[in-house]
Ligand binder design. Structure first.
Ligand code: AMP
Ligand code: MG
Length: 315
């Protein structure tokens, strides 16, 4: 079932059901984070391996304290700058957070989404909501309710509020003694974070790495390649292009422009939607994406494109 009834969606969450809902990044598949049985259903529906922990979404800073075990004033500094917004902070969890949410880790990832519907849903559900992206594990992330229906039509409810405005997953950071480390890149960049906390440039050691960060992810079911000299040698008459600068557009069967004004932010917003459109298009056999410079938001965009292309390398 899908519509825009927030009260109904909140009642579903209270009843231990699983609801897909919009955030500013991508659509999430949510359940009461404090109800282990409800959270287990997310893993089942998504076919997500149990070693891949979920992010817990809150609507109010008051919800933070009961979820974490050692309050850290730096979190409040980050929160006042970046929440609500696409920043997930990994913190020591309290006993209240079920192990199934964190895949048995002693830490929990928390964020406050910048989306009025998500915030209202969390408030009305009266609990923090654990939610990964609302797609089957490893596949393209959903930026519309229709994308969710494509792979998770069996969710108890799909709360539809149109297309998401950021389009790619949150930046994930972990606090260390000297500052922060980035576990996953997103539209909140290292440079922005450095205005609040120093960047800890020590290389990330194994136990700091985000579990579930696999080399392949966000992957279309069709051949997906990043444009370069050799991938551009393919037969373009059956290929679709995610175009940024326009320089590569010639000869492709179809071209989807990521941005009208060469803005990386728009590439992020439109990237997954374009992958879905080509995946669903029977006239397209191969999807090619134009790469961008790995600076600022470009780092996050390239991180996603490389993971989407990972299984298709050498094709
Ligand atoms: P998503 O599938 O976009 O909801 O992202 C969830 C990702 O957040 C996981 O795949 C992990 O990489 C990361 N994550 C969540 N919780 C933790 C945690 N406690 N420690 C480290 N990384 C985490
Ligand atoms: Mg995901």
């Amino acid at each position: 079932m899908s519509s825009n009834n927030i009260d109904f969606a909140a009642q579903c969450i209270k009843d231990g059901k699983v609801v897909a809902f919009p955030t500013e990044t991508v659509y999430g598949l949510g359940a009461n984070a404090l109800n282990p049985l409800a959270v287990t259903k997310i893993f089942e529906l998504k076919e997500r391996p149990s070693f891949d922990p979920l992010i817990v979404h809150i609507a109010d800073l008051n919800q933070l304290d009961e979820l974490i075990s050692s309050p850290d004033e730096r979190v409040y500094k980050l929160a006042s700058e970046f929440w609500p917004g696409p920043l997930t902070i990994i913190l020591k969890k309290s006993k209240l957070v079920p192990d199934v949410v964190t895949s048995g880790l002693p830490t929990v990832g928390i964020r406050m989404p910048n989306h009025s519907v998500a915030l209202e849903l969390i408030q009305k559900s009266d609990c923090p909501i654990a939610a990964p992206s609302a797609n089957k594990f490893g596949k393209i992330s959903p930026t519309t309710a229709n994308h969710v229906k494509k792979s998770l039509s069996n969710a108890d409810y799909i709360l539809d509020a149109g297309k998401t405005t950021v389009g790619i997953e949150s930046t994930i950071i972990k606090l260390t003694e000297s500052g922060f480390k980035i576990l996953r890149n997103g539209v909140i960049t290292k440079e922005e974070l450095e205005k609040v906390l120093p960047f800890d440039s020590e290389p990330i050691v194994e136990d700091l790495a985000a579990p579930g960060m696999l080399k392949s992810h966000y992957s279309p079911k069709k051949t997906f390649l990043i444009a370069n000299q050799s991938t551009l040698a393919i037969d373009k008459s059956k290929a679709g292009l995610l175009s940024f600068t326009g320089h590569l557009d010639n000869g492709f069967k179809k071209v989807i422009k990521m941005s009208q004004n060469n803005e990386l932010r728009e590439y992020a917003v439109n990237m997954f939607e374009a992958m879905h459109a080509f995946e669903d298009d029977d006239t397209i056999e191969i999807i090619i994406a134009e790469p961008v410079k790995e600076e600022g938001i470009g780092i996050a965009i390239m991180e996603k494109l490389k993971k989407a292309a990972y299984n298709w390398q050498g094709m």
